[in-house]
Design a protein around this ligand. Structure first.
Ligand SMILES: CC(C)(COP(=O)(O)OP(=O)(O)OC[C@H]1O[C@@H](n2cnc3c(N)ncnc32)[C@H](O)[C@@H]1OP(=O)(O)O)[C@@H](O)C(=O)NCCC(=O)NCCS
Length: 149
C-alpha cells in the first residue's frame, strides 16, 4: 500500500496544480479559465495536494456546492502516477474529510478510469444527466461514509 496523504494547497502550490490541469487538457484549461477556478478553490481552502510520501502526484478539489453535500469537483492524478491505486486512496481520504454523511461526484460516461476508481472506492451510481457535453452524458455517483474523522 502506497503512503498517500492529502495536504491543503496554499497559493504557493498554484503552479504545480495548474500544471497538472494544463497537462490534462490544454484547450479546456484555457477555454474554461481553469487557472481562475483553481486559484479560487485554493483561496477557499477547497484544494488538496495529493502526496505520495513527499512528492506531489495530483490534486483534488472538494467542496459542498452540490446541495450542501460533500462534492468532489475535480481530481487529477499526474500522468506518470495513474493506474497505481493512488486515485482510490486519495478519494478515500477526501471522503473521510467530509463533514456530510454522503459524498457526491460526477464524471463523463467516456471516462472509464474515473468510473472504475469510483466503483473501487465504494461509490454507487446515482443518475445520468444529458445536455452538458454533446453525446457524452454526465454520470453522478455517491457514497455513504462509514467512518467520521
Ligand atoms: C481518474 C483518475 C483520477 C484515477 O486515478 P488513478 O490513480 O489512476 O486511479 P487508480 O489507479 O486507483 O484506479 C484507476 C483504475 O482505472 C483503470 N484504468 C486506467 N486507465 C484506464 C483506461 N484507459 N480504461 C479503463 N480503465 C482504466 C486502472 O486499471 C484502475 O483500475 P484497476 O485498479 O482495477 O486496475 C486518473 O486516471 C486521472 O487523473 N485521470 C485524468 C483526470 C480525470 O479524468 N479526472 C476525473 C474527472 S472528475
Amino acid at each position: 500500500m502506497k503512503n498517500i496523504s492529502l495536504r491543503k494547497a496554499t497559493i504557493k502550490d498554484i503552479l504545480v496544480v495548474v500544471e497538472f490541469d494544463y497537462n490534462l487538457d490544454q484547450v479546456e484549461h484555457i477555454k474554461l479559465k481553469r487557472e481562475e477556478k483553481i486559484t479560487k478553490a485554493i483561496l477557499n481552502n477547497q484544494c488538496f495536494i495529493i502526496l505520495e510520501n513527499n512528492l506531489s502526484v495530483g490534486f483534488v478539489i472538494f467542496d459542498y456546492r452540490f446541495f450542501d453535500q460533500g462534492w468532489i469537483e475535480l481530481i487529477i492524478i499526474g500522468d506518470a502516477y495513474r493506474g497505481k491505486g493512488i486515485g482510490e486512496q486519495a478519494i478515500d481520504l477526501i471522503c473521510k474529510k467530509s463533514k456530510t454523511d454522503k459524498v457526491f461526484t460526477s464524471t463523463n460516461r467516456s471516462n472509464m478510469p474515473m468510473q472504475k476508481v469510483l466503483t473501487k472506492s465504494g461509490f454507487s451510481f446515482a443518475g445520468k444527466l444529458i445536455g452538458l457535453d454533446e453525446g457524452d452524458p454526465e454520470l453522478f455517483y455517491f457514497k455513504k461514509r462509514k467512518n467520521q474523522s
